[in-house]
Ligand binder design. Sequence first.
Ligand code: GLA
Length: 374
Amino acid sequence: MNDTGYLYRVSAAGRVNLIGEHVDYCGGKVMPCALGLKNTVYVRPNGSDFIRLSWSDLPDEVTLDINQLNSYRSLKHARYHAGCAALWKQAGHRVVGCDLYMECTVPFGSGLSSSAAIEVSTIVALAMAAGEAYDPVEVALVAQRAEHEYAGVNCGIMDQFVSANGKAGCALLLDCNTLAHEYIPVELGDCMLIIADCKKPHDLVESKYNERREEVELALKLLQKRLPHVNCLADVKPYELEEYKLLLPPVIQRRAKHVVEECERVRLAATAMRAGNMSAFGQLLSASHRSLSQLYEVTGKELDALAAAAQVHRGCLGSRMTGAGFGGCTVSLVKRSEEEDFKAHVAAEYFEKTGYHPAFYVADLADGIIVEKL
Ligand code: GLA
């Protein structure tokens, strides 16, 4: 035990998704990486029936009664923790009174999954406080439910899964239908990944995100009339969609085309990464962005300007938005020797088009959960 009396330091990672966007809730494969940007929770049991929350960057202190965990849905920050505790308990785990002190280095609202990092680290901290072992896959599933039920976002499993199961230096190739997963070492040769934040304040992300989910659910329902064997949109082959697309209204056709083709791109990207074929990998990134912009329509002016500024730079092999979209970040594959010139070019070009100054983050690929005894 250190001076402050905390017993453990638990952290869970934010993420960057390399490719496979808006396909997790369609049963597709995704390729995210856990980042060194993370949410850290210091935890100590306090022998009471209360969870006391405090933050490094907020003046608030919040106390949650562990026997009333359902009653905190309207709290701004603490509803995430209350939701995690309530659902972890509901899943049959012991939740004990404890003090949790939080520090987050994942920038909020940047599309790098600060909320998944908060949820996953909170659940693991609760398990540590109770002296329980935890299964990272179960942690991810409970964290996803907390996001649905306490944050109102009907998200897929990608963010929470990689936050809990990510491995340093690797991308996680996750089949969101079966949760089967494997790790692919991210070996980029003379290239590097650069994350750029468009810095546009997010708006309406939740409602637009939930609207896309409804659209692809409708696509699946309509296609199943002719393709009864298909369980999820990711199972539909490009030629099958072509054959039956007229069953779908035009907007829904575009959404389905993105999903079906993005799943194909993930397969090709995994092969390219394993073969060290950076030029093929980069082209798939840019093709993914185009599809998210034109077919899925989740980019917006700022992300389009940021990706376009990156894509025209001589040192860039490919660039795309990452995460839910409607603001947030891009990820670009860039020659290491061009890093500074690339950033200067993108910042100037993007500012000229939008009036915003982007921020750049180092894509340092880290472990998902880290638990340290203090
Ligand atoms: C958000 C969601 C994920 C996923 C992405 C888009 O990050 O939380 O489940 O759907 O958007 O790929």
